[in-house]
Write a protein that binds this ligand. Structure first.
Ligand code: ADP
Length: 305
């Protein structure tokens, strides 16, 4: 059976990554080494899925600048379909300053650039690329009115919707929340959305209950090195992360989301899809960078066997 169509909506950024011995404290100057990497939550997720053998569509906005051209090239090389992407004259591409310490922890500052200017009518146009029976993945880097519009289109287009609420922002409508099939926050985002501290699986169970009260059909909370917790109306379970040597945690959540979506597109049952997402995210944290750290399906199969 062929995979279900997959489309991602979200941000693309040029990441300016400094590797530093440890993260700085306020007022401190540190030496580090700089590398430029293709990133942005939406783009990272789409690339994670493409590396697993799919040809996902992607909607994002880029500036008509050198950064935009290199970001487009990175997406093309990964196998992401570019037809829906807007390259916008006179605008700058999104960028991010990423500091990565030797222990793999990071600090990130983002200038959204052209990502900030997505309107509901742009989303309406991009939604023409959503195919029948598709899985759609959105993150919260896009302006909230555009997200509300995209989620409302679900009643017309009948896609399954995965929503990674990162970074958390106010304003998503109750109807939009009710249209979400899977909401996939990390511990911080789950806390921001529910007020429940998620230190462990017990905390995740409590937060997941509150997330379901917002309206999504299922909640899937990632807990870094601990793993992930899933809850819907009829099932709850936790799956442990794969133990690996961490080099850089940048884009771990994006790897998880892209791989979860790809696995559902490959028609895996939910538990299997989460297990595969945990494997992809574990491999991602063993490598430096964002899109460049997404593993191929071959590497994932080898890791799991
Ligand atoms: P985010 O990157 O959005 O903050 P998390 O930190 O929760 O999200 O990580 C997402 C997923 O990445 C986790 O559920 C886990 O599968 C994987 N992961 C993150 N950190 C580690 C780690 N130290 N070891 C193994 N897997 C990890």
């Amino acid at each position: 059976m062929s995979p279900r169509p997959l489309m991602f909506f979200g941000t693309t950024n040029l990441d300016l990554c400094f590797n530093v011995e440890r993260l700085p404290t306020p007022g401190e100057s540190l030496m580090g080494s700089l590398k430029q990497n293709a990133g942005g939550k939406g783009a990272n997720q789409a690339v994670a899925a493409a590396r697993l053998g799919l040809r996902p569509s992607f909607y994002t906005r880029l500036g008509d600048d050198d950064a935009g051209r290199s970001l487009l090239q990175a997406l093309r090389e990964a196998g992401v379909r570019l037809d829906a992407i807007e390259v916008c004259p006179g605008e700058i591409s999104g960028s991010a300053l990423v500091l990565v310490g030797d222990d793999g922890s990071n600090m990130i500052v983002i200038d959204p650039g052209a990502n900030a200017n997505v309107t509901p009518s742009m989303v309406e146009k991009a939604a023409e690329f959503i195919e029948r029976d598709a899985i759609v993945v959105a993150e919260m880097g896009m302006p909230v009115p555009a997200l509300n519009h995209l989620f409302a289109l679900k009643s017309v287009k009948e896609f399954d919707l995965i929503f990674n609420p990162a970074p958390v922002r106010a304003g998503l409508s109750p109807a939009a929340w009710r249209s979400v099939d899977f909401v996939t926050p990390n511990q911080t985002e789950a806390f921001e959305l529910t007020g429940v501290e998620v230190h462990d699986f017990d905390g995740a169970a409590h937060a997941a209950g509150k997330l379901l009260d917002l309206g999504p059909k299922a909640a899937l909370i990632t807990l870094g090195a601990q793993g992930a917790y899933y809850a819907d109306a009829s099932a709850t379970f936790a799956l442990r992360a794969f133990p690996v040597k961490v080099v850089d945690t940048t884009a771990a959540g994006d790897a998880f989301n892209g791989a979860f979506a790809a696995s559902l597109a490959h028609r895996l049952p939910i538990r299997e899809a989460i297990k595969k997402a945990l494997a992809v995210a574990a491999l991602c944290v063993t490598r430096r960078g964002a899109q460049r750290s997404m593993p191929s399906s071959w590497a994932v199969d080898e890791f799991l066997n």
